[in-house]
Design a binder for this molecule. Structure first.
Ligand code: GDP
Ligand code: GDP
Length: 435
């Protein structure tokens, strides 16, 4: 479920071209943290129905050869630390270089699957020159044209096939999984510790064998819940300028394990692009979301401070703004119990299934009263609806002309579902289908 594929290689071999192809029609989440490196990218993709996260580990603006060496090492280390599998890309036009060999040596020492991909094989002409890469001592390489996409199928078949199957039995199956996410220094550890102090009955602390996650069971006002943390979170980033990126990488993993994401925002800094990235990750993964504005003790308050702060966040997060926002202090423990209660409510709402009879009884009259606008004289009639048995709420509306139901009407439908059935903090999917 939480597989990460990293694309590693020298600049200009075609990493971002492949990355963009894998994310086609899926919106990339762009990390524009400035630094020595150019922007790095990560996003969700899938192949044969298997979801995975792709990282383009980026190229580097080469200053001197020395810096280049260092940067390559960091990039490779990042891939080795964080990824499930590594696509190592080389370029047939340039042939095998010393740097390729060095990178490959580093990758080979990891015990992660490494796929050697010879890119820019745009036609059969380049197949022969590609054989040069056998010198790396591999049994198999993949030829690819990132530009046209040819070869990606064979590569992805193998990558996805080799994902570790989990024989790991979740000891907390069926319990609410919550992750506390947010930028470095926002107060995640302080909150985690504050929750511990409150009860002091942490039951167990198990490192998932294959999945690298740490789950800690809490028992709070009659609620049992599990805080999910990734193993990586406990060791500090090795590379300080990569702190931001590391923290987002970890968020990707722990978010995928969780049902609800508690997104902590620093009240003294306001809502920043990194907050939006994490929010986007949670939303795309259809997780429940609670926003906690932390360090509220540091804010000079006037009558409308809270209201204005909340409005500013809702404005920035856009369409899906039916999210609980709480103002807390992890340090003074102000409202932290409330925060947990709200997270549990979101968890319950995300699991909630509306009976088909009830759903139709409520929604059909809504559609009757406000039908989708007719298109080219054709009337759209919605006849029946069901909620799918998925982990997060998804609804299918059967009608005669689903292709004519446009985005604004889908939003209207979602809002009506929220109005009648709740689902605060829970992403909803709405589909229109031919009966
Ligand atoms: P990165 O630095 O490794 O991310 O490389 P880019 O993806 O930015 O690609 C570098 C250049 O190679 C760009 O001009 C691409 O258009 C080109 N390129 C990428 N993939 C292919 C390919 O499969 N065939 C050819 N002919 N050019 C490619
Ligand atoms: P993390 O990197 O997100 O885990 O952040 P930490 O929990 O390590 O907190 C970073 C710093 O912010 C520490 O010095 C905390 O004491 C401080 N901090 C965390 N929460 C609060 C809060 O609610 N109020 C104040 N004033 N400081 C806080």
């Amino acid at each position: 479920m939480s597989n990460i594929v990293a694309i590693v290689g020298r600049p200009n071999v075609g990493k971002s071209t492949l990355f963009n192809r894998l994310l086609e029609r899926r919106e990339a989440i762009v990390d524009s943290t400035a630094g020595v490196t150019r922007d790095r990218h990560y996003g969700k993709s899938d192949w044969n129905g298997v979801d995975f996260t792709v990282i383009d580990t980026g190229g580097y603006d080469v200053g001197t050869e020395d810096i280049f060496e260092q940067e390559i090492r960091k990039q490779v280390q990042l891939a080795v630390d964080e990824a499930t599998s590594i696509i190592f890309m080389v370029n047939v036009e340039e042939g095998l270089t010393d740097t390729d060999q060095e990178i490959f040596e580093l990758l080979r020492k990891s015990n992660k699957p490494v796929y050697l991909v010879v890119n820019k094989v745009d036609s059969s002409k380049e197949e022969l020159p590609a054989t040069e890469f056998y010198q790396l001592g591999v049994e198999k390489y993949y030829t690819l044209s990132s530009a046209t996409g040819s070869g990606t199928g064979e590569l992805l078949d193998d990558v996805v096939n080799d994902f570790p199957t989990t024989d790991y039995k979740d000891p907390f199956e069926g319990l609410p999984k919550i992750t506390i996410a947010g930028r470095p220094n926002v107060g995640k550890s302080t909150l985690t510790n504050a929750l511990l102090d409150v009860e002091r009955n942490i039951v167990t602390d198990i490192a998932g064998t294959t999945r690298d996650s740490i789950q800690t069971l809490y028992n709070k006002f009659g609620h049992e819940f599990v805080l999910v943390d990734t193993a990586g979170m406990r060791r500090k980033a090795k590379v300080s300028e990569d702190l931001e990126f590391y923290s987002v990488m970890r968020s990707i993993r722990s978010i995928e394990y969780s049902d609800v994401v508690i997104l902590m925002v620093d009240a003294t800094l306001g809502w920043e692009s990194q907050d939006m990235n994490i929010f986007g990750l949670a939303q795309k993964n259809r997780k429940g979301i609670v926003i906690l504005v932390n360090k509220w003790d540091l804010v000079e308050k006037e009558t409308n401070t809270m209201r204005d702060f909340e409005a500013a966040i809702k404005h920035k997060i856009g369409q899906f703004s039916d999210i609980p926002i709480l103002f807390i202090s992890a340090l003074t423990k102000q409202r932290i119990l409330k925060a947990v209660e709200v997270a549990m409510e979101v968890y319950e709402d995300r699991k909630k299934k509306i009976k088909t009879s009830k759903l139709n009884e409520v929604m059909l009259p809504v559609f009757e009263a406000t039908p989708p606008p007719a298109i080219k004289g054709k009337y759209i009639k919605i006849k029946y609806c069901v909620q799918l048995p998925t982990p997060s709420p998804q609804f299918v509306f059967f009608c005669n002309l689903p292709q004519y139901v446009k985005e604004p009407y889908k939003r209207f439908t979602e809002n009506q579902l929220r109005k009648h059935f709740g689902f605060t903090g829970v992403p909803i999917e709405v589909y229109f289908r031919q009966k």
